[in-house]
Design a protein around this ligand. Structure first.
Ligand SMILES: NC(=O)c1ccc[n+]([C@@H]2O[C@H](COP(=O)([O-])OP(=O)(O)OC[C@H]3O[C@@H](n4cnc5c(N)ncnc54)[C@H](OP(=O)(O)O)[C@@H]3O)[C@@H](O)[C@H]2O)c1
Length: 325
C-alpha cells in the first residue's frame, strides 16, 4: 500500500512524503479499513512535528480519522469484511490507502452519511458535544462564547450550542470567518483582532458575561477570555491552537464561583467508554434531520494532502479539509 509517511519529526513540507509502506495486519479487536476519505485536523500538524501527546513509532503516518470499507478483521473485531465504517486513530495512520481501527474507536456508517461527512464528523462533533453536554452541561437559554469559532471544533460547537438552545457568540479573527459562523447559526460575532472582546461580551450579555466559554485557542487572547465569564460560569479547555498554554488566577475562579473543565475526547475512546459510540448515533440522527451540518472547506485528492495541511497551518480554513480518493 501507499501512505503519506514521515521518517523523522519536523515540518510537513520537509518531512512528509508519499511512499510504499507495509500493509497493516489487524490485531485482536482490530480491523483494517481501505480509506475512502479522511479529514485533516489541527493536531496532524503537531503529530508530524512530534509535539502531540501520542507519538507513533517512526516512520509514521498522520491522520487521526477516516472512513472506508473493512478489508480484513482480527480476532474479536466487531466488524466484518465489507462493512462501511469510520474510525479514530489517536496516534495517526489514516493518511494512507489502509488504516487500522479498534473496536473502541470505530463505528459503522449509515447509508445516508457520505464518505466525506463520515470522515469530517467524529473528532469535531465528538469534542464539542462532550465539551458542551458532558462537561459544561450547557442549558437552554444560557450564553455560549466560542473561541476559534470558524475552526473545525468551533463550527461544531456553534451548531451544537444552537441545538441545545443557547445564545451563541462566535469569536474569530476576520469578517469572512465571522460570516461563516453566522451562517452556521451564531447569534453574534466578535472580531477579536479589531474589537474589545471583554466589552463586547459584556454588552451582549447585559454585563453578565458568558455562562459557558468553549476555548480551543488559549494563547494571548486568553487574558481577555478569562474576563468574559459570568458568575457560576463554566470554562471548557479544549486546546491551544494559539500556541501558548495560558493560566488563570485561583481568586478569579473563587470570586466568579466558576468551574474550569478540561476535555480530552480521545481519552473516552482510549478508555473504552461507551458514550462516544452513543454520541455517534446521535450525530447521524441529527445529520439526517439536518440539525447539524459538517462544514467542509475543501475536498482534495490524496496527492494534495500537503496543500490541505498548508491551508490549516495558514488559518485560511473554516470547517474541515477532507482528503478523498
Ligand atoms: N480536547 C480535545 O479533545 C480536542 C479535540 C480536537 C481538537 N482539539 C484542539 O482544538 C484546537 C482547534 O482544533 P481545530 O481542529 O478546530 O483547528 P482549526 O480548524 O485549525 O481551528 C483553529 C482556530 O484557532 C484559531 N487560532 C488562533 N490562533 C491560532 C494559531 N496561532 N494558529 C492556528 N489557529 C489559531 C483560528 O481562528 P482565527 O484565525 O479566527 O483566530 C482557527 O480557526 C487545537 O488545539 C486542537 O488540538 C482538542
Amino acid at each position: 500500500m501507499h501512505a503519506w509517511q514521515f521518517d523523522h519529526y519536523g515540518h510537513y513540507g520537509e518531512t512528509l512524503h508519499w511512499t510504499e509502506r507495509v500493509a497493516p495486519v489487524p490485531g485482536e479487536h482490530q480491523a483494517v479499513v481501505r480509506t475512502a476519505a479522511m479529514s485533516l485536523n489541527f493536531p496532524d500538524l503537531l503529530i508530524i512535528q512530534g509535539k502531540y501527546q501520542h507519538k507513533a513509532p517512526l516512520p509514521a503516518v498522520p491522520g487521526v480519522e477516516g472512513a472506508g470499507i473493512v478489508e480484513a478483521v482480527g480476532r474479536d473485531s466487531k466488524f466484518k469484511i465489507g462493512d462501511r465504517v469510520v474510525g479514530f486513530t489517536h496516534a495517526g495512520g489514516t493518511l494512507a490507502d489502509l488504516f487500522v481501527v479498534h473496536n473502541n474507536s470505530a463505528w459503522t456508517v449509515p447509508p445516508h452519511v457520505t464518505d466525506e461527512q463520515a470522515a469530517a464528523l467524529s473528532v469535531v462533533y465528538g469534542t464539542s458535544y462532550f465539551g458542551l453536554e458532558c462537561r459544561a452541561h450547557l442549558q437552554a437559554g444560557e450564553t455560549l462564547l466560542v473561541l476559534g469559532a470558524a475552526g473545525g471544533v468551533g463550527l461544531a460547537a456553534i451548531q451544537l450550542g444552537k441545538l441545545m438552545g443557547a445564545t451563541v457568540i462566535a469569536c474569530a479573527g476576520d469578517q469572512v470567518k465571522l460570516d461563516i459562523c453566522k451562517r452556521e447559526g451564531a447569534d453574534h460575532g466578535i472580531n477579536y483582532k479589531t474589537e474589545d472582546l471583554v466589552e463586547r461580551v459584556k454588552a451582549l450579555t447585559n454585563g453578565n458575561g458568558a455562562d459557558v466559554i468553549y476555548d480551543p485557542v488559549g494563547g494571548e487572547i486568553f487574558d481577555q477570555v478569562k474576563r468574559c465569564i459570568a458568575w457560576g460560569g463554566r470554562l471548557v479547555v479544549i486546546g491551544f491552537a494559539g500556541g501558548k498554554i495560558p493560566s488563570i488566577e485561583l481568586n478569579r475562579i473563587l470570586l466568579k464561583n466558576m468551574s474550569v473543565l478540561g476535555l480530552a475526547w480521545g481519552q473516552y475512546l482510549d478508555r473504552g467508554m461507551p458514550e462516544p459510540g452513543q454520541a455517534q448515533l446521535k450525530f447521524y440522527d441529527w445529520l439526517a434531520k439536518r440539525q447539524i451540518n459538517p462544514v467542509i472547506y475543501r475536498t482534495l485528492p490524496f496527492s494534495e494532502a500537503k496543500e490541505g495541511l498548508r491551508l490549516i497551518e495558514s488559518r485560511q480554513v473554516y470547517g474541515k479539509v477532507v482528503i478523498k480518493r
